[in-house]
Design a protein around this ligand. Structure first.
Ligand SMILES: [Zn+2]
Length: 244
């Protein structure tokens, strides 16, 4: 199997004996992963796409299950290794061209030897172009968002509500809870600060300064996500027990 695959401007073009399959980056692998291969299969009449559904899901899981970009770099290298160890492509040519939008851009062309190699390459280019392929934390399914900040998908999840609506509600509840925790912190901090201003000697003042420092350090850890809301509340409760 020798197929020409090209990448430019977030587009993948696959030339087969039937014709040229043009698809926005990420959509071929995504569609196959959800069992929607009607379009792509018309360009590959000899392939059984149910064989590739597992591969597509596995690659998506490896590359896009986390938002951490360091992990995406690792996943990119993993794809590269997979293609090379399976002798996936024999040639890669990069050349400048005038792209369909009239701008000059780079066109990367590969001659690949398997359909799996196309999936790996597509995932690599999707990582390289920061295509927002995201695993929804609510329904645990992949989707392609409209921008990189997107977190939840628009699928109907329960009672006519989408994951995004459910997610927004959850994020709001988290925020309210965090605000309540911070109000608690503020109250403890203020009372301790007041105590310090009324300290009767230098030793008491030093002790209270130390306590205020400990309080602030934990506040910073909470803000940076190093300690959870629950742990911070536990700390505050214990702290106010020892200072009262
Ligand atoms: Zn979802």
């Amino acid at each position: 199997m020798d197929i020409k695959v090209s990448f430019f401007n977030e587009i993948m073009e696959v030339e087969t004996s039937v014709g040229t399959y043009t698809v926005p980056l990420g959509h071929c692998i995504y569609n196959i992963s959800v069992g929607d291969w009607l379009t792509v299969s018309s360009f590959f009449p000899d392939l059984n796409f149910s064989d590739y559904q597992k591969d597509a899901n596995y690659i998506l899981e490896k590359c896009f299950s986390e938002k951490d970009n360091e992990k995406k770099v690792q996943a990119y290298l993993w794809c590269d290794e997979q293609i090379k160890s399976h002798n996936g492509y024999s040639e890669c040519i990069t050349k400048p061209m005038v792209l369909p939008d009239g701008m000059v851009g780079m066109l990367d062309t590969y001659i690949v030897h398997s359909f799996s190699a196309i999936l790996f390459l597509e995932a690599m280019y999707a990582i390289r172009y920061n295509i927002p392929i995201v695993k929804c934390p609510n329904c645990k399914q992949f989707f392609i968002g409209h921008h990189t900040g997107v977190l939840y998908c628009d699928r109907i999840f329960k009672n006519g509500k989408t994951c995004r609506q459910i997610g927004a509600k959850k994020q709001f509840a988290d925020k309210v809870r965090a605000n309540e925790t911070l109000a608690k912190y503020e109250k403890i901090y203020q009372s301790l600060y007041y105590k310090k201003s009324k300290a009767k000697d230098a030793q008491e003042k030093a002790e209270l300064t130390e306590k205020l420092t400990l309080l602030k350090e934990n506040r910073i850890k909470f803000r940076n996500g190093e300690i959870s809301d629950e742990n911070f509340v536990d700390f505050l409760d214990e702290f106010s027990n020892t200072t009262n």
